[in-house]
Design a protein around this ligand. Sequence first.
Ligand code: I3P
Length: 109
Amino acid sequence: KKGYVMRKCCYEANAKRTPFHKRSWKMFYCTLRDLVLYLHKDENGFRKNQMGDNLHNAIRIHHALATKASDYTKKQYVFRLQTADQAEYLFQTSDSKELQSWIDTINFV
Ligand code: I3P
């Protein structure tokens, strides 16, 4: 699965709260491959380097959980991703169909 999403970091590994200057929403071209979610700047970045422009922008989703973030009311179509190493992110998708599709893809790969 591939597509543009907005992402916000909430917690880093080991449930460490993301510092204020790193908590803003950012757009990424997101691709899921081999249990890793790669976050590229744009589609160009994806074509140039299929493994990710930046390995820091790769999220391992083995034993991760995606759920609708119904408690987050500032934006629509947002899901929460909790990773095995206890990091946590919010992702905003474009509509309810995309929302469900990302959640299912992440949880059932
Ligand atoms: C963050 C930015 C985020 C906001 C976050 C801010 O500031 O405004 O949009 O999250 O609030 O810290 P900055 O741009 O300086 O990084 P929301 O959009 O969810 O409000 P937070 O600290 O309450 O997560």
